[in-house]
Design a protein around this ligand. Structure first.
Ligand code: 5GP
Length: 140
């Protein structure tokens, strides 16, 4: 994996407004916030996308995410928020190091989502879900 701005932040070569740190995880304020308190949570492991992350780093992230969300809510007074996690440039990922956005929602500020639901084809859905179950059985 190539060097990213987040690798430099992890190593302390670029400053950040640090919110949380342990052996596996770092959280800091986003430099271009969508709303007050917009926080990034990253593993120290240098994986590009979530599917490439180790179980250990994933567990470390999962363990602290709810606690970080509580701190973001309490410090900003927000009562709603989005978790955003982009993977791949087609999915709007700009920094190629896994990261979760915690984005507080305020009146008129936060994440705006274009959500255009389709209609589920149940035959296709059953085929796809079966294929996924099979792949999961083979993925330790
Ligand atoms: P992405 O589109 O990849 O999901 O989001 C990357 C995020 O990283 C953006 O929200 C952007 O503002 C943030 N970001 C990029 N460079 C820096 C930086 O040097 N410091 C901080 N704190 N955030 C950054």
């Amino acid at each position: 994996m190539s060097e990213t701005i987040f690798s430099k932040i992890i190593r302390g070569e670029i400053p950040c407004h640090r919110v949380y740190e342990d052996d596996s995880v770092l959280a800091f304020l986003d430099i271009g916030p969508l709303s007050t308190g917009h926080t990034l949570v990253i593993p120290k492991e240098p994986a590009v996308t979530l599917d490439a992350l180790s179980d250990e780093s994933a567990a470390a992230l999962g363990r602290v995410l709810p606690r970080l969300c509580r701190a973001v809510l309490k410090s900003t007074g927000a009562t709603a928020y989005n978790i955003l996690q982009n993977n791949g440039s087609e999915a709007h990922q700009v920094v190629m190091h896994v990261h979760f956005h915690i984005i507080p929602r305020f009146e008129g500020r936060g994440l705006d989502i274009g959500w255009k639901p389709g209609e589920l084809d149940h035959d296709e859905a059953e085929r796809l879900a079966g294929q996924m179950r099979q792949l999961l059985d083979q993925d330790p």
